[in-house]
Structure formats: structure tokens, C-alpha cells
Design a protein around this ligand. Sequence first.
Ligand code: F6R
Length: 329
Amino acid sequence: MGVDKQNMKRVLKDFPQQVMDAIRIGEEAKISRLNFNSIVFCGMGGSAIGGDIMASLVKSVPVSVLRSYDIPEWVGEDTLAFVVSYSGNTEETLSAYKKLKKSGADIICITSGGKLTEDKPPLTVRIPSGFQPRCAIGYLFFPAFMVLRKLGVVDFDIDELLSKLTDMSRNQDNEDSVAFTLASKLVGRFPIIYAASPLEPVARRWQAQFNENSKVLAHINIFPELNHNEMVGFGSPEIDNLVIILRDPEYNPRIQKRIEITKGIISRYTSGIEEIYTEGDSLLTRLFSLMYIGDWASYHLAIKRGVDPTPVERIAYLKEKLASGGDSY
Ligand code: F6R
């Protein structure tokens, strides 16, 4: 097990089973017909990213992800709100929850326990405890997905996703896997991750996983916006960087062309450009397959750097400091 003292490798390998279990939990959620014309997700970090993924998948209703203490004034009786906190104790999320209750929105909480459940919210989907929140992304995302599926908001092929993840889980720790090879190239280099719609949430997840698992800084930006500013800054300061372009065959053809031209412009200022493609047919599978590669790459980078991928001591320390003093939020 070495530096991986809490066996993140096992959690990663078991991810397809986690997704299956999360789907079952979501199917069992008792949801009545709801009327809404907007959806919000309130959460932070590993609990919020599922909201971003949902925003990429849902086409018929606006989906906003709220990552702070407050909620916008437009949130009200016509809003369906998912309050997502793995621990149930994250203060920004608890604060947003309080405000949601006053807004008249329909609220569905997804949590493993904590203060959020002490309030006994009428609609709570309980998920298993014992994971790091970011490692429970299946549990944090799929119950909401199944609820929205029941409500007719999303419809994707779950069987394709499960068989793709199961397939992938068999070889992600091999030394010739994309994730392992990428991690080898990243040792001592600054990851610059680029993507375009609909893969923004995957880029964000990759960044957070490099931060929290590998304990390194990482940077992301999005096509085509980066063509209008960021690429001009390449080369200064001189940082040994590796550019990772997350690619999807269904990107807008103009985006595909931009990527090709951009590679030519920036190639002399980087140690390399790695292009990692989504796998699968449905957008759901494409998003999760690429996310899964990032989870593994960040794990391998942690091991190569000799750091334990699981604990995030600085996050725990900050939360503890904020909680001391008993002030309200
Ligand atoms: C830790 C992690 C963090 C937490 C975040 C919010 O693994 O992913 O980003 O998700 O600090 O905490 P929870 O998810 O408990 O609301």
C-alpha cells in the first residue's frame, strides 16, 4: 500500500460499483411531481462538481451551481434545489440551505449525515459515509441524476456508462494506461488543463483532483475564451508546464480547428501537449470516462510524488478554525 495508507486505489477501482449503488439509492428516492423552471445545486468542492456535470447534461432547464453562503434573489417557488454536502457540515452549504428554506424552493438534500440531517429536511437522500467527499462523486451525483431522470429532465444510457467504467477500472493501474503515462510526464511539471463545452466540469474536476490527491497546483482554462487572452501569456514566467487538452469528438468543428492552431502557437513554450479523449457514445459516458482518467492520473501522480492521496489536512484545518468561536453564518 505504501504512501496510499487509506487505500484510495481500492476506492477508485470500485468506482463502477459505487455508481451502481448510487443509482439504486436514487431510484429508491420518493419524489412526487414537482413544478420548477430552474434548478440549483448548492455545495462546495467535491460535493459541488456533480452540479457542474448536471449543468452540462441538462438542456431543457437552466442549472446553476451555487458555491457560497448566499443564494440569488431569483431563487424561489419555481426552483428545484439540490443541497449537496457529503459531510452535511460544510458551513457555506448550511448557510445556503437556511436561505433556500425561506425562498420557498423545493429542496432535496444529498448527504451522508451531519448538521444538515439534524434539521430533518423533508426530502433527504442518505448516502453511505466513510469516503472522502471527492471519492464519493458517484454517490453525490447519481441520486440527483435519477431524480431528474424520473422527472423527465435527463435521459442517458446508464448501461453504456456502467460497462465503460467497469472496462476502464480493470486497467487504470497498469503502467501503460493513459492515466499512468500522463502522471509520469507530470512529475515536476505544472499541469495546464484546457477543455471546451461540454467538458468544462471535467477540467474543473481534474484540477481539483490534482490539488487534493496529488497535492499540486493546477490551472484550467476553456476554449475559445483562452484564445482571446491566456495564450498570449505563454512563456512568461518560464514554468516547466505540461498542457493537457481534454478532447471530445463532438466539440464544435470551429473549436476543433482552434485547438489545432493553438497547439502550433504554444508548443514552443511547453514541455509537451497531451490530448486526452472522452470515451463512449452518450454525453454521460463521455463526461464520466474522462473524469475517471483524471481521478486515476491524479492518484498516480500522488504516488509518484510520495504523498498520500487521501487526506486533505489543510481543508480540515481551515474548517476546524472556522468552526471554533461558535459564531454563526
Ligand atoms: C474533500 C473534498 C472537499 C469537500 C468540501 C465540502 O475530499 O472533496 O472539496 O467536498 O470541502 O465538504 P462536503 O463535501 O462535506 O460538503
